[in-house]
Design a binder for this molecule. Structure first.
Ligand code: SF4
Ligand code: SF4
Ligand code: FES
Length: 257
């Protein structure tokens, strides 16, 4: 056999070449007596189009049924599969293993209550934050008259509100945020984005003075260090840098009055 015949075919593109990936997962179950934090490594054959979500399912089905992680939609919509992927928060269902090296490290999102392994209780945190910020439309009209036509909204404004409503509450921005790591009561970029969203809504009766009461301190917009990790890691590419700057400017104005 000639040397060239022994070489792998040059026609196989790097994309289609099979490879093995090693996935190391930080495992710990605070509910389980005797459980200690440890790294556990799994090896598997990478398939075409494999996402981390698919890889984790394969591990759970074929290698280790005790591995815990969350998912619902598998389409980047529910936000439940967020985890720290090679040190950076992201969605497992939207991350191709091919986009990473063959050694992958996974850890649960910090800040949120750990359930076990890669599963965290983002819902509890998000609910507390939403209640604290009263994240719902405070209607100008208290009495609801169902026979009245809804107020019209200009399509451009509806589009702007929709843009901020795309948040899936995955928690990536909170997990990547230095302030959220230091202050338990910090509302995070997700909370500040909500304030920007309700401030835009003409149906919401609240004034800047009302919003100042909610986020006009260090647990709100003045606790933000503007390093913008939140903006960099948001899987929905929300314009968090612009929104935080906007809310800060408006709250600074409200504070002077
Ligand atoms: S703002 Fe982005 S990163 Fe933060 S919770 Fe919403 S979608 Fe996730
Ligand atoms: S810019 Fe503010 S909200 Fe975003 S990660 Fe930094 S401190 Fe957190
Ligand atoms: S499973 Fe819903 S966002 Fe990943």
């Amino acid at each position: 056999m000639t040397e060239s015949a022994a070489m792998p075919s040059q026609s196989i593109s790097p994309e289609s070449a099979q490879r093995k990936v090693r996935i190391s997962v930080l495992r710990y179950n605070p509910q389980e007596r005797g459980s200690v934090p440890r790294m556990q490594t799994y090896e598997l054959e990478e398939a075409d189009g494999m996402t981390l979500f698919i890889a984790l399912n394969e591990i759970r089905e074929k290698q280790d049924a005790s591995l815990q992680f969350d998912f619902v939609c598998r389409a980047g919509i529910c936000g439940s599969c967020a985890m720290v992927i090679n040190g950076r928060p992201g969605l497992a269902c939207r991350t191709l293993t091919r986009s990473l090296g063959s050694e992958i490290t996974l850890a649960p999102l910090p800040v949120f209550e750990l359930i076990a392994d890669l599963s965290v209780n983002t819902g509890k945190w998000m609910r507390a934050m939403s209640e604290r910020l009263q994240a719902w439309v405070h209607m100008k009209q208290i009495e609801v008259d169902i026979s009245r036509l809804e107020e019209r909204m200009e399509p451009e404004l509806a589009q702007k509100i929709y843009e901020l409503d795309r948040c899936i509450e995955c928690g990536c921005c909170v997990a990547g945020c230095g302030t959220a790591r230091m202050r338990e009561d910090f509302v995070g970029a997700v909370g500040l984005n909500k304030i920007a969203r309700f401030r835009l809504d003409p149906r919401d009766a609240r004034t800047d003075a009302d919003f100042y009461e909610l986020v006009g301190d260090d647990s709100g917009v003045f606790g933000c260090m503007s390093l913008l990790a939140c903006h960099d890691v948001c899987p929905k590419a929300l314009p968090l840098a612009t929104q935080i700057a906007f809310v800060r400017r408006k709250m600074a104005g409200a504070g002077w009055k």
